[in-house]
Design a protein around this ligand. Structure first.
Ligand SMILES: Cc1cc2nc3c(=O)[nH]c(=O)nc-3n(C[C@H](O)[C@H](O)[C@H](O)COP(=O)(O)O)c2cc1C
Length: 182
């Protein structure tokens, strides 16, 4: 089993990273964690080249994600909640999944992804809820061909309890690792 974890937190050692580390340590098989906030990932410019080309012509860190998506059965979206949404970094990378929408809509080709199962990890510690971020993550999963989305893991009060010290989140991560390793 191969798992791709997309981390949308700008904080290298933050709450999301803590939950991602816990998950990666428990997952069976190959695990690849990619930092979506990397400067080496550009946003989609809607150049529309992928309406005819079978890939995105922008040669940057996204190419690693495209390759991973062609190999990984599990995909995990991990993000802090920012203004009740997924982080800007996560949305920046997901915008480049436009190449998959173009495959279906304009090129009439099957999706070149192996992804079958999706999971969502969210860290939040403010007033905007996580529901919208969860809904957006499900839309992103649909764009890469994933319909099977597991229940989200949320560390909900990181302003008072860091995700790394949140026992309920740790339990939920354990359940998620077991489900993704099946
Ligand atoms: C710009 C910004 C917006 C935020 N918006 C929300 C929000 O809408 N709801 C919420 O619960 N927390 C919000 N937070 C708090 C973060 O979700 C919280 O601190 C989270 O644990 C950070 O995770 P990280 O350390 O992985 O980046 C926001 C934080 C920032 C920096």
């Amino acid at each position: 089993m191969k798992t791709l974890i997309l981390n949308g937190s700008p904080r290298k050692n933050g709450d999301t990273a803590a939950l991602v580390s816990q998950l990666a340590a428990q997952l069976k098989g190959e695990v690849r964690v990619i930092d979506c906030c990397s400067d080496n990932i550009s946003p989609c410019s809607d150049c529309r080249a992928c309406r005819t080309l079978p890939c995105c012509p922008v040669n940057d860190g996204m190419q690693e994600i495209y390759t991973a998506l062609s190999e990984c059965e599990n995909v995990v979206i991990a993000s802090p909640v920012h203004y009740a949404e997924l982080s800007a970094g996560l949305l920046k990378a997901a915008g480049r999944f436009q190449v998959y929408s173009s495959a279906l809509i304009f090129r009439h080709e099957a999706l070149p992804t192996a992804a079958k199962r999706g999971a969502i990890i969210l860290a939040q510690g403010g007033s905007g809820g996580a529901e919208r971020a969860f809904e957006t993550a499900k839309l992103i999963f649909m764009s890469i061909g994933i319909k099977d989305v597991l229940p989200p893991v949320i560390s909900p009060n990181t302003d008072r309890l860091a995700a790394a010290d949140d026992p309920q989140a740790a339990e939920a991560v354990g359940r998620l690792a077991a489900a993704l390793s099946e």
